[in-house]
Design a protein around this ligand. Structure first.
Ligand SMILES: NC(=O)c1ccc[n+]([C@@H]2O[C@H](COP(=O)([O-])OP(=O)(O)OC[C@H]3O[C@@H](n4cnc5c(N)ncnc54)[C@H](O)[C@@H]3O)[C@@H](O)[C@H]2O)c1
Length: 435
């Protein structure tokens, strides 16, 4: 993880996170451990829990438990590593990471919005003391916007997913590699000639499609957004409704961040041996609950692989019970996590740096909201102005931390060129709307 190590080295003496008490809720793997160590080295104290039950590397969770700075997973993860896989334990861990004696969090680093929502719902007084939220996933950001619209988001929030480096690497390049890895590990499927449907042609969907097409699959796309649908057409894919091809599909992948994209009705029509999996954050995209009926039999073939048997003998292969397949059945490259972690790390660094002024701006703006437009929200303002400025600096910074890995040498603008483009020589090099 070259970038995060470089960041740590550069910032360790300044301790920019001194005083930050961070509740973290992310995937728990070796790379997360490096992020946590970095936050601690930069001065923060943290408590952490998992945002997904199948992506937790229990050996990492155990080592967290023994270390000095994370105590959120003291039980039941540690007493029975590999066994705890239930929703109940999942919420227990998040609750424990939030509610600790003699420890009052002032920041949340979330992936999917569960820690934010639990704190808001159960510990509303504590939530009021939070100075900032850093949210990583599309799904979590969507939930923040909903809260914001309802006037319930009283805390400045930052959207890591909006950073160019995060979406480029985590969503596009990483998923391009890990979709193949996870399907291979889970099923040993041969890709050439297979008919695949990818639901959603956003960053994740695009990555999956590129990889599958490269291996000789015939790829179909479903989309609700005409622009993404047009992009898919221009990239050479057929855009169809799921119902049009469902009977012939060999592999069905969801990547929408939405709910009930694949229903029982769809799965009833699928052919024998078809594979169903999800690359989106939440476990809502495939209606897995609709498969838990008395007429269907579940057969666990191996960890994260279930065969669902229909009364006529048809079987469908469901991966990771509809949770995100790449983090459940394979792993994400450290380089990718380094980039995302750096975005989180630098955001916190910049965030703490600017915290007092942002908070002031918030307080002023709140007055403005209540006086003028209740539906307009602070978060939108942060996303729209302050936040964007922070991100454009942070994106270029994060990218620059990773360039030495490739021995890449940047060209410097001449004074004349900088003037011609209306830029400063040190950047930012692109306008905020550039993607
Ligand atoms: N597996 C991973 O490692 C990983 C990495 C990053 C993000 N994610 C998650 O993947 C999901 C997608 O992320 P993204 O960056 O591609 O988001 P995105 O918003 O760019 O793309 C999602 C696309 O799905 C489309 N869509 C929504 N509802 C649909 C429906 N019912 N049918 C068909 N298409 C529909 C949207 O129009 C959009 O184009 C999110 O939940 C995100 O949190 C997963």
């Amino acid at each position: 993880m070259p970038g995060i190590m470089a960041l740590r080295k550069r910032a360790v003496d300044d301790k920019p996170l001194k005083g930050a008490k961070i509740v973290g809720c992310t995937h728990i793997n070796a790379q997360t451990a490096v992020l946590i160590e970095t936050l601690v080295e930069l001065g923060a104290s943290v408590r952490w829990s998992a945002c997904n039950i199948f992506s937790t590397q229990n050996e990492v969770a155990c080592s967290f438990g023994r270390s000095l700075f994370v105590i959120a997973l003291d039980n039941p993860f540690l007493s029975s590593p590999g066994v705890v896989k239930s929703e109940e334990d999942f919420w227990w861990c998040i609750d424990k990471s939030i509610n600790a004696e003699n420890w009052q969090p002032n920041m949340i680093l979330d992936d999917g919005g569960d820690a934010t929502h639990l704190m808001l719902k159960k510990y509303s007084a504590m939530f009021k003391m939070i100075k900032g939220i850093c949210e990583e996933s599309v799904t979590g950001v969507h939930r923040l916007y909903q809260l914001s619209k309802a006037g319930k988001l009283t805390v400045p929030a930052m959207n890591v997913n909006d950073s160019v480096t995060k979406t480029m690497f985590d969503n596009l390049y990483s998923c391009r590699e890990s979709i193949i890895d996870s399907l291979k590990r889970a099923t040993d499927v041969m890709f050439g000639g297979k008919q695949v449907v990818v639901c959603g042609y956003g960053e994740v969907g695009k990555g999956c499609c590129q990889a599958l097409k490269g291996l000789g699959c015939t790829v179909y796309i479903t989309e609700v957004d005409p622009i993404c649908a047009l992009q898919a057409c221009m990239d050479g894919y057929r855009v169809i409704k799921l119902s049009e091809v469902i009977r012939q599909v060999d592999i069905l992948i969801t990547a929408t961040g939405n709910k009930n994209v694949v229903t029982r009705e769809h799965m009833d029509k699928m052919k024998n041996g078809a594979i169903v999996c999800n690359m989106g954050h939440s476990n809502t995209e495939i209606d897995v609950n609709s498969l838990r009926t008395p007429d269907l039999t579940w057969e666990k073939v191996r960890s994260q692989v279930d065969h669902i048997l229909w009364p006529d003998g048809k079987r469908i292969i469901l991966l990771a019970e509809g949770r995100l397949v790449n983090l459940s059945c394979s792993s994400v490259p450290s380089f990718v996590v380094s980039i995302t972690s750096c975005s989180q790390g630098t955001i916190f660094k910049l965030f703490s740096f600017l915290l007092s002024s942002l908070r002031r701006a918030y307080d002023n703006f709140k007055v403005f909201i209540s006086a003028k437009a209740r539906n307009t929200t602070l978060t939108t303002m942060f996303y729209g102005t302050y936040y964007k400025v922070i991100i454009s600096i942070s994106d270029e910074y994060v990218a620059s931390l990773h360039l030495p890995t490739f021995d890449a040498h940047l060209t410097e603008l001449t004074d004349d060129q900088a003037k011609y483009l209306g830029l400063t020589k040190a950047g930012p090099f692109k306008p905020n709307y550039y993607r």
